[in-house]
Design a protein around this ligand. Structure first.
Ligand SMILES: Nc1nc2c(ncn2[C@@H]2O[C@H](COP(=O)(O)OP(=O)(O)OP(=O)(O)O)[C@@H](O)[C@H]2O)c(=O)[nH]1
Length: 370
């Protein structure tokens, strides 16, 4: 479990983005230390060290709950956790130092742990996206561990012969239920690692394929996706639309670079809102955007470009006064055609639009695309 905790820390180290990972790692490492120490102790020593090991268990349980709550955008209620911790530790102290009552300590600790685990239950029970089975498995595994923490002392109390209580930590029932808890923990950890690895891969892929400012595809991802789009005959006919914001330099010079960034984000939103979900929208750098429209003949593509133009005229980014306009180059695209040639044609049409006064759409005749 310590190794798995270290693996989570390594995932965090790679990206430094998933801030919940160190908490989850602590949630596995702290109780492992307590468990390792306890397995070497006699009943007397268990009593003497019960507050210390209790702190490690409870701290670990809250770290786990807090990490999971962070991951799902919820809270593990630190004040309630503090209250649970203080009460549990007080009971552990009372029934170890003042009078040695092993069972009360076991019940108190397990109840405290279960309550800690259940702190983020509300955000975990919120519906995960329907298709995300791994995420649902993670939540269910976690809640199962919490329920097991409540049931474990009851199972031990019912099943363990009274003769074995003298050497509790060596008892077969104790070890059996402990193995159950460990297996559940390891299972949860494996699901968590699978989710984390998936998240890390997703983030890396986003960084490779997306423009960080607008989150649109970047040039590389556009070419990769365009290749497969153009191979799919169900998506024919296609059109290539290049869009370039007019006088963008003036926006930067007048309102500042941050305002320019906001304008780029607004334009990106307009583009995405006006196309289908499987159309490709990319930022090619600067203030130039490229769209590959599927199932769109020239007339349909022109209608889309006009919609974008109209929508831009109604968009007022808060960082600037007024609106921005854009110029467009639009050309049909055949599946067998070299994409670079089509891009070149679209670019020439764009410059034609710029030269003829901007805020307009220049369209290639369909024949030119053949
Ligand atoms: N804010 C911001 N500005 C950028 C970014 N990338 C490029 N620019 C700026 O975009 C401006 C582009 O200027 P130009 O190429 O002269 O184009 P323009 O002013 O839009 O003129 P026309 O295209 O001819 O209408 C430059 O000032 C760049 O510095 C960016 O990511 N953010």
């Amino acid at each position: 479990m310590i190794l798995l905790g270290l693996a989570l820390l390594a995932c965090w180290w790679v990206l430094r983005q998933q801030h919940y990972l160190p908490w989850l790692a602590a949630g596995f490492i702290l109780p492992s230390l307590a468990l390792g120490a306890q397995s070497l102790m006699s009943n007397d020593e268990l009593a003497r060290w019960s507050v210390t090991t209790g702190i490690l268990y409870l701290g670990g349980a809250w770290a786990l709950a807090h990490g999971l709550a962070q991951r799902h955008g919820g809270s593990a209620h630190p004040r309630v956790a503090l209250l649970i911790g203080v009460v549990t530790l007080a009971v552990l102290y009372r029934y170890s130092v003042l009078s040695d009552e092993l069972w009360i300590r076991i019940y108190a600790l397990n109840t405290g742990l279960a309550l800690m685990y259940l702190l983020p239950a509300r955000c975990l029970l919120r519906r995960a996206e329907r298709h995300d089975r791994l995420e649902r498995l993670l939540r269910m595994s976690y809640l199962l561990s919490a329920v097991y923490a409540v049931l474990r002392p009851v199972v031990i109390a019912i099943m363990m012969p009274s003769g074995e209580i003298a050497m509790l930590s060596r008892s077969g029932y104790w070890l059996l239920t402990l193995a159950g808890a460990l297996l559940l923990s390891m299972w949860f950890m494996l699901v968590l690692l699978a989710c984390t690895t998936r998240d890390v891969l997703h983030t890396l892929r986003q960084e490779r394929d997306r423009d960080p400012l607008t989150h649109l595809l970047n040039r590389r991802a556009f070419f990769e996706s365009a290749e497969s789009t153009l191979r799919d005959p169900r998506k024919a006919p296609w059109a290539l639309l290049v869009c370039d914001i007019d006088h963008f330099k003036r926006v930067n010079d007048t309102w500042g670079h941050a305002a320019g960034d906001q304008v780029l984000q607004s334009v990106a939103r307009v583009l995405l809102a006006q196309v289908r979900h499987d159309d490709l929208v990319a930022r090619f750098g600067g203030e130039e955007f490229m769209l590959l429209l599927s199932r769109a003949d020239l007339a349909q593509a022109q209608a889309i470009a006009r919609r974008i133009q109209l929508q831009l005229a109604h968009t007022r980014p808060s960082a600037i006064e007024g609106t921005v306009t854009a110029s467009f180059g639009l050309t049909p695209l055949a599946s067998h055609e070299d994409l670079l040639h089509a891009l070149d044609r679209a670019d020439r049409l764009l410059y034609q639009a710029k030269r003829s006064g901007r805020d307009r759409i220049c369209t290639a005749l369909a024949e030119a695309a053949r």
